[in-house]
Design a protein around this ligand. Sequence first.
Ligand SMILES: *Cc1c(COP(=O)(O)O)cnc(C)c1O
Length: 356
Amino acid sequence: MKLFAVGPVEMYPETMEIGGKQVPYFRNEEFSQVVLHTMDMLKESVNAPEGSEAIMLACSGTGAMEAAVMNCFSESDKVLVIDGGSFGHRFVELCQIHNIPYTPLAVDRGETLTRNMLEQATGEEKFTGLLVNIHETSTGQLYDKQMLSDFCKERELFFAVDAISSYLADELDMCRYGIDLVIASSQKALALAPGLSMIVASPNALQRAENSTQKTMYFDFRSYISNGKRGQTPFTPSIRVMYELEDRLTRIYEKGVDKVISETAEIAEDFRKKIREIGLSFPDYPLSNFETPVIFPENSADAYEVFLQLEKEYGFVVNPNGGDLASVQFRVGHIGNHSIEDNDMLVDAIRQIMDK
Ligand SMILES: *Cc1c(COP(=O)(O)O)cnc(C)c1O
């Protein structure tokens, strides 16, 4: 079995070794040092501004999205939500649940998000924040960070970025783009087990959290910040995944964050070139290095059938698309323990199934 999925993804042998060990006790100095070291690497990996803090949550990525919405926005905000797919829509639902005034900006299928669309959606009204999944995993579109950054700076919007499926696959720099909050999660490009989500909060975000009036115990950033200063969390963390994360980030630093991203870009470009050669295509809006939506032309194989056969005959797992796209498209992840040779094997298998 080989995972070409978008999460969980193909893990590294070192990570799996950590996964096989006894989980240690954690309210001690040894674990605190692991956490502090991890938090430092995490902040540095996104070039967080001076005074930022990392928050380690024992939940899946959606929990971190909810925590971010609850701690950084209130009923007196007005948030623009990029509603460009199922993850964007999750932010819409979170704003509804937590009574945050918002306007959704729908990105239609195949459409590229533009500055003009931002202007149209906001008009003359005063907005206070922007919520975006910088790579909308359900479509593969990577939104233009510079464009969103300029818009947020000009209008003084709090810029909150779900980078769960972009962190370590595409460049990300909080200082450069004026990003106020970044969300990442363990099971995507980090290639760890699920269950750990991370937020890097800028001083702006910390100030919003400090003044938050939302009622929550588990997601109250204030207790994560005060405990985090000594390398601890208010509740039992995903201890094993924290060890996996420290190991992974240490290895990523040895190689260089930029190199990790450029290698993923190479694998993605190579894959896109090879599927073109067998008559398949991909969307023409900007794509993340994280994944490729593979489009089957009319009168060729049924994408869902190919997805089933890939798993059954070859043990290769890709992500089927839902709804009316199921028969024409599936998605292939490029993150995790993958090589150019894996691309060859996968493209070869797709070709063989199509030729049948
Ligand atoms: C995977 C993902 C999430 C988190 O999903 P969970 O199933 O809750 O881990 C959130 N946002 C994006 C963009 C994702 O790709």
